[in-house]
Design a protein around this ligand. Sequence first.
Ligand code: SF4
Length: 702
Amino acid sequence: MSTSFKTTCCYCGVGCGIVVHKDRQGKLHVEGDKDHPVNKGMLCSKGMNLHYTVMDTSDRLLYPEMRYNRYLPRQRVTWDQALERTAAVFKQIIQKHGPDSVAFYASGQCLTEEYYVVNKLIKGFIGSNNIDTNSRLCMSSAVAAYKMALGEDSVPGNYDDLELADCIFVAGANPAWCHPILWRRIEAAKAANPSLKIIVSDPRVTQSCALANLHLQLHPGTDIVLHHAIGRILIEQGFTDHTFISQHTEGFTRYKETVMQRSLASAAAICGISETDIIEAATYIGKAKRFMTLWTMGLNQSVVGVNKNLSLINLHLITGHIGKPGCGPFSLTGQPNAMGGREVGGLSNLLPAHRLMNNPAHRKEVQEFWGGVPLSEKPGLTATEMFTALNEGKLKAIWILCTNPLVSLPEARLAEAALQKAKFVVVQEISSKPETLQYADVVFPAAAWTEKEGTMTNAERRISYLQKVADAPGEALPDAEIICRFAQKMGFHGFSYNNAAEIYDEHCRLTAGTNIDVSGLNYALLKEKRSVQWPYPKGTTDLGTPRLFTDHQFYTPSSKAVIHSFDDDNKSAPPDKDYPLILTTGRIRDQWHTMSKTGKVSKLKQHIPAPFLEIHPDDAKERDIRADDIVEIFNSNGAVRVKAQLSTSIKKGVVFLPMHWGKILNNDLSRANNLTHNRLDPISKQPDFKYAAVQVLPYKKP
Ligand code: SF4
């Protein structure tokens, strides 16, 4: 006999529905929710092992801990002691150095309600915009590009569109491993419709390439050249939609001039692929009646990430493949609630409901709604900027929630130095494992997935409700409750919610009248409908809005989509004689982020048990490296030592490291971010994780 609870997977942005069964002994078992429109009962390896993650409480933080100075160990304290001291230190720092001397660094895994209260706290009551999340590392380039091209950070289509498309261009993504359930839907669509054309662009032959009609194995950083070359062919071959371009877009003339500047031969040489392949890709796209693009980190995590995104979106705008079934540019979200976080304004340059920070009327609306201090018009520090500011002494205190920046931030030594230098570090976490804890002055134990209720929004704007299944162990509390208790200790009003539903209702009211209006939603409705897609204004009775821009009216001032033009240069630091190889980093199938959850599940370690360097046999031979040799990968930032995996799946001149490992406490040199650079896209401030010049040599013990 067991009780069943409906919830949503807490890993990737696909947002699969899950049913958690709890037996009389409290033992949990998960299965895919057959009624959920996203996964229809399917789960990937990570999702189907979720119960092991939550039932293993051996590493859980159970009680608040605190230390009075860096030389003393932390000790168990009461919640009141920890919160009062944290509030006293924050007040002192703010009084002495101003509100911008403190910051919150959160996660795309936080629930919408958690995002909402922490955003309200810092922007509405402390008076700083210093809140950012690890979503900055994941898809901020896509957010900026959507906004620039379509006038709003909004994914136009939905997952069903992928089953209606007759051409899908997967750019810089490996959904077969990183968004597996979505990929299974695409596999089924291809089986049902063999004429569906799939194009994959990636410097590596990934699992996703197995389904592709065409793999464009381009050099890292050459995506804009490729997209422009495809654009040029579409124009030359008459595949563009003139009516759509003239009625619903602006910027085409300049775009045409831009893409015509580079010959096909030159583009092919720069990308390292054949002219024939580029023509074939353009022909698939040009002949398609319904064309979709999917992309993730290969485009986003770049110093020209926004332009890479825009160059791909342009292919939709010149062919009119947007706002129609089976069409549209679809940025896949890495994290489960990156989109929900942005709905409440949970980034340093956003306000709730996608309001604009530089718009005085928007700031006033939010201030009046919250009843706090005037909102600052100065954008706050972004993820990596926070750590730079700590290093420079400009930022004094940082509160880190649900994320492990010492493994996940680029140029990791800077993040380590920053936390050493910080005057005060608060870590709000479920696990005692993350490396960040060694720097924490205060530790707040948080409730995990299934131990709290709330909502998340997946990559297709679908909001799902997550039921609470079990109590948190020890004295761990839901993240929103921790933030609200702290806000009250700071003396702020407006944080005395009785439950998560009240927070959600407040968020919904604040969206009324905006482009992402969800004022018609509440928990009762979400429980009844299971999930809905925003916008969901008052009076909505169906399942929301599956598709945007169906009237081809965009959210720009002219209501036209903007075709942007720019050069095709990759602005990363190129390889040189000292560091002749290009390092790219990424995920493996069965691990998630820095492994604080998936690393607990032995089944998930079976697929790939240890970090490795993927290197082309020719590059290995030049260096006298054999399979399974320990190699040292190094550049001016640091070094990594792992086993070499020789593979023709990777382009010559390129090497790949998985991003998950990084036990710095054990001095384990497996952290890929020892080597990446803290170089940012100038608009999105997203770091360049996919391109670092390195050298690789056999490692010889000294
Ligand atoms: Fe979870 Fe993503 Fe796997 Fe679905 S595809 S079960 S959301 S990890």
